[in-house]
Design a protein around this ligand. Structure first.
Ligand SMILES: [Zn+2]
Length: 119
């Protein structure tokens, strides 16, 4: 599985009861791209999906993940893939959640990060 560099934002968020300031990544829709993040709910590995790619057209994330294995834990991703950060596999094993605000953060809060790309 190849990695792709995309522009992302980072927040320190309240993601579960009693869990504050947890580091999460999120994307902002900026008009020229249509990426979303996904996670392996078994190990927490993060992935990016490019919805403009002809290979993903008309599919949902389970279908895109079909036949792929998680490069980190070797799970069948079609069973473990989830929308991120709507679902977050926390370091303590619990499942958290984060919904970014609709406001676009300042440019200087973005940075480039590599994610595995599922095609
Ligand atoms: Zn995994």
């Amino acid at each position: 599985m190849q990695k792709k560099k995309i522009r992302t934002y980072k927040a320190f968020a309240h993601v579960a009861p009693n869990i504050y300031n947890y580091e999460v990544y999120y994307l902002v829709y900026e008009g020229w791209s249509n990426f979303s993040l996904a996670t392996c709910i078994n190990c927490g590995e993060l992935f990016v999906i490019d919805w403009e790619n002809p290979k993903t057209k008309g599919l949902n994330i389970e279908q895109i993940a079909d036949s792929h294995k998680c490069p980190t834990c070797n799970s069948n991703l079609t069973e473990t893939i989830r929308d991120y950060p709507k679902m977050i596999k926390l370091k303590n094993g619990e499942i958290g959640s984060f919904v970014p605000s609709n406001q676009i953060p300042p440019d200087n809060e973005s940075f480039v990060k590599e994610f595995y790309e599922i095609l």
